[in-house]
Design a protein around this ligand. Structure first.
Ligand code: DP6
Length: 351
């Protein structure tokens, strides 16, 4: 088959409650431990259109209007083309057929929000559709993982577990839905933007620096697996108070191992710490945990709470200086096809 249609997919970002940090295989993004996440709703998402055609002279990718060249210098871009090439091979697509990828994030570039999870998932979903591969969720998740580890968790919706897996080829390291997006509708993630700066150490580098230098890291894999079992049970029982404690402790544990790395990796800044204090103060005043913070490889806190507590959390944030904006999100669905294309078929260029 040589004539392909433009296909577009939408995927949301996800926030890990029990984190992925450290890879036993950095080429395939195979983690040392499983992780557990909430797939967010469309407020933090990526839309990606792909077109395979012989009329395209060079493979090209545009992200938020910026063209990226296929060079070994940008690790994520080379991973994307590697995965697209593998998927083309699977579909027996001629090498003469090139690809145009156009991707748009729902949030401004440089907003301090990572787009690799939603971007990787949307891309793999759209390529699968465009090439008519009909892959399973598991297979899609594995391809997304090879672009960016956390991207595999944005293929399913709801509350998702990424199984660590044991196989060397990564065939059993994929994400699966544990609870539907409607299971605990009251869950919220308030993403607090405190910095727009690009991080000095990418997560890709950070994973390997921590696992190879931090002594504290050695406790993480078993601890994370245990926390996933406990957290899953608490989600089943909708016990927010105890879940909140595990979320905060797992994030603190990961950041402690990051700081224990050599050279040390410090992602939090003064405003991040002020938000932690505001959370502690609010929970203290309430006499129980109504909000939990968690941080990825950056300074922007994600505040996990329940719908009914949202006004109190927002009020508490008013007292913290240095917050740029707050993006509110709830639990959302997995990657899906959408009809509006970002590619102008007539000119074979971004719309
Ligand atoms: C700190 O998925 O960005 O956000 O696999 O190198 O693309 P790569 O890393 P990435 O790692 C992010 C890890 C984290 C925690 C988490 O999301 O589990």
């Amino acid at each position: 088959m040589e004539d392909f249609e433009i296909k577009t997919a939408l995927a949301s970002s996800n926030i890990a409650l029990i984190k992925y940090w450290g890879r036993r295989d950095s080429k395939l993004n195979l983690p040392f431990n499983s992780s557990l996440s909430l797939t967010l709703d469309g407020s933090i998402s990526t839309r990606t259109s792909v077109l395979f055609s012989r009329k395209i002279t060079n493979n090209a990718i545009y992200i938020d209007g910026k063209k990226f060249a296929l060079s070994g210098r940008n690790e994520k871009i080379s991973r994307i083309f590697k995965v697209v090439t593998a998927m083309k091979k699977l579909g027996n697509v001629n090498r003469e057929v090139k690809v145009l990828i156009v991707s748009k994030n729902s949030f401004p570039m440089g907003a301090g929000i990572a787009s690799s999870a939603s971007g990787g998932a949307a891309l793999v979903y759209a390529v699968n559709d465009a090439l008519g591969l009909d892959l399973s969720m598991r297979e899609l998740s594995i391809y997304a993982r090879e672009i960016s580890g956390s991207a595999c968790r944005s293929i399913p919706g709801g509350i998702v577990r990424w199984r660590r897996g044991k196989e060397k080829d990564g065939s059993d390291s994929y994400a699966e839905k544990m609870f539907d997006s409607s299971y605990w509708e009251e869950l919220r993630d308030l993403v607090v933007i405190v910095s727009n700066e690009k991080k000095r150490i990418s997560s890709s580098e950070g994973h390997d620096i921590t696992s190879s230098t931090s002594e504290l890291f050695s406790v993480r894999p078993a601890l994370a697996e245990k926390n996933i079992r406990i957290a899953t049970d608490l989600i089943r029982k909708k016990n927010f108070e105890r879940l909140g404690e595990i979320i905060m402790r797992d994030s603190n544990n990961m950041h402690a191992a990051m700081m224990d790395s050599w050279p040390p990796i410090i992602y939090l800044n003064d405003v991040s710490r002020a938000v932690i204090q505001a959370v502690e103060k609010l929970n203290g005043m309430e006499g129980r945990i109504i909000v939990a913070y968690t941080f990825d490889a950056g300074p922007n806190p994600h505040l996990i709470t329940l719908r009914g507590y949202e006004p109190k959390v927002e009020e508490a944030l008013k007292n913290v200086k240095g917050i740029k904006r707050v993006i509110k999100s709830s639990v959302g669905d997995g990657a899906k096809p959408v009809s509006e294309s970002l590619i102008d078929h007539a000119s074979l260029a971004p719309c």
